[in-house]
Design a protein around this ligand. Structure first.
Ligand SMILES: Cc1cc2nc3c(=O)[nH]c(=O)nc-3n(C[C@H](O)[C@H](O)[C@H](O)COP(=O)(O)OP(=O)(O)OC[C@H]3O[C@@H](n4cnc5c(N)ncnc54)[C@H](O)[C@@H]3O)c2cc1C
Length: 264
């Protein structure tokens, strides 16, 4: 089974800086970390490989500093990594990001399972996985909580996803895209034996020409959305009302307030 995991590096701290001209996040050479949902995606990929055999590739689009996160993925046990990095990719919104990742899938060839995190916890859209599925015209399931079983003869997977009210089991044929939430349980630690080795391992870097990209579909040119402003919302001053009297009277007053506001 050929598995590809897509990981995004997110800033390590909340102290992110936004470029005042472009409103894009300033991705300097400071060390970031793998988006937590993507660590679950890596764990799921490794468990699939252990159970059904196969090969795990990891792909990230971003600046050269993202190589460190890719090396971490290697130290967790993934087989090979690709960094999609070029000036032309800068400023990509979710559509341009997904197009670029889909071009990488086409170049890799015959990928059975494409694993994404549920969402990146910095920009938080959760759009990239489903958009890659659309670009490749393959099925996708989001909010995947568990992979129950794989039928390799029929090329189907039974996966459990979480809806607002219940867990749902669906059978989907692959190649397919899965966006995982907490699937796979706790992501495994980096292997100390592998850490030294992966620091020397080559990382394949692809640019827009390597991927045969249509220049109108990448970076800012391929991005129909632009962030026009970012701001921290002002916290509204909250009214405080002290409830007086006996506990019984205070509880009755509280219930009356909640009823009044249609909260009960
Ligand atoms: C403040 C701010 C607000 C933004 N708002 C928007 C917006 O509203 N709409 C919009 O289109 N863009 C927006 N962007 C741009 C957005 O950060 C990029 O498009 C980003 O590459 C993908 O969006 P996301 O982080 O929401 O990913 P999500 O769709 O939340 O990510 C889901 C999964 O896709 C994979 N993935 C995402 N990015 C990459 C990557 N670069 N390489 C490999 N795998 C990846 C990971 O598995 C990840 O868990 C915003 C950027 C900033 C700085």
């Amino acid at each position: 089974m050929k598995i590809a995991v897509f990981i995004k590096e997110i800033p390590l701290s909340n102290n992110v800086k936004i470029d005042p001209k472009t409103n894009n996040m300033i991705r300097s050479n400071e060390q970031g970390r793998i988006n937590p949902f993507d660590e679950h995606a890596i764990e799921v990929a490794l468990q699939l490989k252990e159970k059904y055999g196969g090969h795990v590739s990891v792909v990230s689009m971003g600046p050269p500093s993202f190589q460190m996160s890719l090396r971490e993925a290697l130290a967790m046990g993934c087989d090979e990594v690709y960094l999609l990095s070029a000036r032309a990719f800068a400023g990509a919104d979710t559509l341009a990001t997904a197009y670029t990742l889909a071009q990488a899938v086409k170049k890799m060839g015959d990928v059975d399972v494409m694993l994404f995190g549920l969402k990146a916890i910095d920009a938080d859209t959760g759009q990239v996985g489903p958009l890659v599925a659309e670009a490749l015209n393959v099925p996708h399931v989001t909010a995947v909580h568990e992979i129950k079983q794989v039928n390799q003869a029929q090329k189907t997977m039974d996966v459990v996803f979480t809806s607002e009210t219940e867990r749902v089991v669906v059978r989907a044929s692959y190649p397919l895209v899965l966006s995982v939430s907490d699937a796979g349980g706790n992501p495994r630690y980096l292997s100390p034996l592998k850490i030294k080795h992966v620091m020397k391992q080559d990382i394949t870097i692809w640019n827009e020409t390597d991927l045969g990209c249509d220049f109108d579909c990448i970076g800012t040119a391929g991005s129909p959305t632009t962030v026009t402003n970012t701001f921290v919302p002002k916290e509204a001053a909250r009214a405080v009302k002290m409830l007086e009297g006996t506990p019984q009277a205070a509880a009755e007053a509280l219930v009356a307030i909640l009823r009044d506001q249609h909260l009960l």
